[in-house]
Design a protein around this ligand. Structure first.
Ligand SMILES: NC(=O)c1ccc[n+]([C@@H]2O[C@H](COP(=O)([O-])OP(=O)(O)OC[C@H]3O[C@@H](n4cnc5c(N)ncnc54)[C@H](O)[C@@H]3O)[C@@H](O)[C@H]2O)c1
Length: 317
């Protein structure tokens, strides 16, 4: 592999073909950062910024990882590669291998190469059991699903590497991301699918309950949050992993916001108890006061702003 632009700082983004990775390349490239996108997929799911390097590779393959570190010498690792919730439940060994063992190997590699920073996206699924309406950063984490178990595991590993070995590990527990590039197989993609199917066919059937209201976040807010946290001075950060809050509409309120842009659409409910129970077991609202205080987090997209932006994006796609 050829080395180019050696003066630019290099960020290695695993899961580099995915939803969040592709979108993150734009603000990073605008800051003069060179993104190396590593993924097992043949190609990215979405456009990426000019100047990115796409590398086909597997996080769980030690040779692939050695090669990418040797060839690109990344200063920052953004570790997005993961099986998501449904896939993790369907194949527990594969989930543990990628989400837990893969992260462990990458943390070791990051430490050996003395990277400046390691970013990890945890999830609202890192919480489970009986939960209060408002989740603080100090809420005990007893995840119910395999995906959440692996997310909590990596949070703990990251804090270990930070405290014991001085690795600058930073993480966010993300609410459900609403995005036109969302993995549509996931139960949690209902909000994204509601927009996309309504725009495409004029109808959508929600499988959650009208009153279901897990914490959501618009994809543009996620990207802003990742960049803000990556850029925050280490001295300002009082913890490694932060909860962030954006919006918590009921599915009925979400349907109403979508209808504002598609007045003739049919948005109805046929609750699937299994899916609804899973969604309703996740946090509804996060107390994100630490994120606001330490690195100036503030959500820009409320429900109306998200609906307007999503509808405009789909209309111009
Ligand atoms: N989208 C959400 O709602 C949400 C919420 C909370 C946390 N997260 C986390 O954010 C991260 C990114 O999510 P996303 O929405 O972009 O998911 P995504 O599914 O679009 O991207 C994940 C990528 O990882 C890749 N991948 C799978 N196995 C790999 C391997 N062995 N080696 C390298 N790459 C591999 C996939 O091909 C895919 O492109 C994930 O860690 C996810 O758990 C997402």
């Amino acid at each position: 592999m050829e080395k180019e632009g050696e003066m630019q700082p290099v960020y290695l983004i695993t899961g580099g073909a995915g939803n969040l990775a592709c979108q993150l390349t734009f603000p990073l490239a605008a800051r003069g950062i060179r993104c190396v996108l590593l993924d097992v997929a043949a190609e990215p799911v979405a456009p990426v910024a000019e100047g990115c390097q796409y590398v086909r590779g597997d996080v769980t393959n030690a040779e692939d990882m050695k090669t990418v570190f040797r060839d690109y010498e990344p200063r920052v690792v953004v570790h997005f590669a993961s099986l998501l919730s449904a896939a993790s439940e369907a194949d527990r060994p594969a989930a543990w291998e990628l989400n837990a063992n893969g992260a462990f190997a990458l943390l070791e590699m990051a430490l050996a190469h003395r990277v400046d920073r390691f970013f990890f996206p945890s999830s609202l699924a890192a919480y489970g059991g009986a939960l209060p309406d408002l989740i603080s950063d100090h809420q005990v984490q007893w995840p119910d699903g395999m995906y959440g178990v692996t997310k909590t595991t990596v949070e703990r590993l990251g804090v270990y590497y930070a405290r014991r070995h001085g690795l600058d590990f930073r993480g966010l527990r993300l609410p459900i991301v609403v995005s036109r590039y969302a993995h549509l197989g996931a139960a949690s993609s209902y909000a994204s699918r509601a927009f996309m199917e309504t725009a495409q066919s004029g109808k959508f059937v929600f499988q959650v309950r009208p009153e279901s209201r897990p914490a959501l976040i618009y994809t543009r807010d996620v990207i802003d949050a990742v960049v803000l946290l990556l850029e925050a001075p280490a001295a300002k950060l009082r913890q490694c992993v932060y909860n962030i809050q954006a919006l918590s509409p009921t599915a009925e309120e979400l349907a109403a916001a979508i209808r504002t842009h598609y007045p003739d659409a049919s948005l109805t409910f046929q609750t699937d108890e299994r899916i609804a129970d899973l969604i309703d077991s996740w946090p509804r609202r996060f107390d994100d006061s630490a994120a606001r205080k330490d690195w100036n987090w503030k959500s820009t997209y409320d429900l109306a702003a998200m609906a307007a932006d999503f509808a405009t994006t789909l209309a111009t796609a």
